[in-house]
Design a protein around this ligand. Structure first.
Ligand code: GDG
Length: 474
């Protein structure tokens, strides 16, 4: 019988669905694998002095996991280097923050080779292999070199950049060529699919055929958008838990009748936190009558501390939050509550429910699950308003949010104002449509759609049939 093998950089299924602090990808994958007889393979997050290629198998939160230790040099060159200093900023449209060194590239190739070699003996003849995210783009190529004929799919959780941005990356063509070892390449949005095919057509003379197959470098891959969602049922259960209710009540008490704006993000420059704080400052400056009647709670958990761009961002945010509170706080009102500690998932659910405005304003984001969690947590009889960046993948489907340009402080400030004064009937109408979307396009559907497409994808390499060229974007 065929199994699903999921491969990702880190393997960290939450031990219990309610209490963990796992990020978007971990939550999504654990939910996808829990009911399957699947296997989750990846880096343990540990480093050893000398790489041995040995892995440990364990069962965590109902999921079988196989973990590989890497070396310190791998962590520096592959994870902190190529993945987080090169690809992450580039794919989030920040070429100014990209640092590229050939050693990063070498580390990236080496780790992908190590993954392939270790995974190889675990692969059964009918297994489906599903590779996650930008850390592992060359993995299918390495597996193919070692004779793997199985269907292999790839899903990119972050945006795919415009081709002019991508072509600033040294050896960009090799990176994209490696993607054609997959049978199926999944993106978060139609926009990403378009950006990818645009590159393939213009820079690699690719030909698109009617069935969504892209042909390039003598290979072919199905390319399609699969917008990721949250585990809506699990979230609804979490919301009913005692701890969620406790946090909801505690929050309401601490609000003391004030309106609460809420941001929940990893502390990352792609999330637009500085711009959000500045927009809030503009709201305060333009609306003195609101002083004392609202506050912004920003939960921003520390992330990728070893990368300098993240340390710099932290310092700037400490400064900015201090400046805003210094200018506007009074003896009994703090306008900005800026919190760096993480909260449990059930605690977070209660906090979301208490918020009048969900502020999700990234400068670029593959999808953004916080937007979906915020909607899922609302009280149907008195829902809050989602203010959502046009540059989050979520904006492609969550059209009933107040969509803003996060780079415009006036735009964001006006949307917050509009949300705070929105009549109940409009809030309900918008929320109902958003909630319907969150419930129907949940993580189960994402998994099922991807796996069904992967099963239906032709075995590699595909025959060059039906090569009717199409215009890009068709
Ligand atoms: C990547 C892509 C894409 C945050 N703080 C706490 C906490 N979180 C959880 C949230 C949410 C998750 O982390 C963040 O997910 P996002 O989707 O917003 O963003 P990334 O981490 O950047 O994820 C993104 C995602 O992959 C999935 O494909 O949507 O675009 O960048 O679930 O709730 N969770 C807990 N405590 C916190 O303090 N427990």
């Amino acid at each position: 019988m065929s199994r699903l093998i999921v491969v990702s950089n880190r393997v960290n299924p939450p031990a219990d669905s309610g209490v963990g602090t796992a990020g978007g990808l971990a939550m999504a994958l654990a939910a996808a694998l829990r009911e399957d007889k699947g296997l989750w393979f990846g880096w343990s997050g540990q480093t050893v002095e000398q790489y041995t290629g040995q892995m440990s198998m364990q069962k965590v939160g109902g999921v079988t996991v196989a973990l590989l230790d890497l070396e310190e040099q791998d962590q520096q060159e592959y994870y902190n280097g190529y993945a987080n200093r090169t690809l992450w900023p580039l794919f989030h449209y920040r070429p100014d923050l990209v640092s590229y060194e050939r050693s990063f590239d070498e580390g990236y190739e080496r780790v992908n080779t190590r993954f392939a070699e270790t995974l190889l003996p675990l692969i059964g003849p009918d297994d489906l292999i599903w590779v996650q995210d930008y850390h592992l783009i060359p993995l299918a190529r390495e597996l193919r070199k070692r004779g793997v004929k199985n269907r292999i799919g790839f899903f990119l959780h972050i945006p795919w950049p415009a081709r002019r941005i991508l072509s600033t990356l040294p050896r960009h063509a090799e990176l994209v060529e490696a993607m054609f070892s997959y049978d199926l390449i999944g993106f978060q949005t139609e926009d990403d699919v378009e950006a990818f095919t645009d590159y393939a057509v213009h820079d690699a003379q690719a030909v698109l055929s009617k069935d969504g197959v892209v042909h390039a470098w003598g290979q072919a891959a199905h390319v399609k958008a699969f917008p990721i969602g949250i585990d809506a049922d699990d979230f609804a259960e979490t919301l009913k838990s005692e701890r969620a209710e406790l946090f909801h009540r505690t929050m309401l008490k601490s609000q003391g009748g004030r309106k609460m704006l809420l941001g929940v993000d990893r502390l990352d420059y792609s999330k637009g936190l500085e711009e959000r704080f500045t927009a809030y400052e503009t709201l305060l400056a333009n609306n003195p009558g609101m002083h004392g009647h609202l506050f912004l709670l920003q939960i921003a958990t520390r992330s990728r501390d070893e990368v300098d761009a993240y340390q710099d961002l932290r310092a700037r945010l400490d400064n900015l939050s201090g400046k805003i509170n210094g200018a506007y706080a009074t003896i009994d009102w703090v306008p900005l509550r800026y919190v760096n500690r993480p909260y449990r998932r059930d605690e977070l659910a209660g906090i979301y429910r208490a918020a009048d405005i969900g502020l999700v304003t990234p400068l670029r984001d593959g999808m953004n699950l916080v937007a979906k969690e915020y909607v899922a947590a609302q009280d149907p009889s008195n829902p809050g308003v989602l203010v959502l960046s046009q540059f989050a993948g979520a904006a492609e489907t969550m059209k009933d949010a107040l969509i803003v340009n996060p780079l415009s402080r006036e735009d964001v400030s006006e949307a917050i104002h509009r949300g705070l004064t929105m009549p109940l009937a409009e809030r309900k109408r918008r929320w109902e449509s958003l909630f319907h979307n969150v419930q129907t396009n949940d993580v189960g559907r994402w998994r099922d759609d991807f796996v069904a497409c992967l099963k239906a994808a032709d075995l590699h390499p595909t025959e060059d049939t039906d090569l009717t060229p199409l215009a890009v974007g068709e």
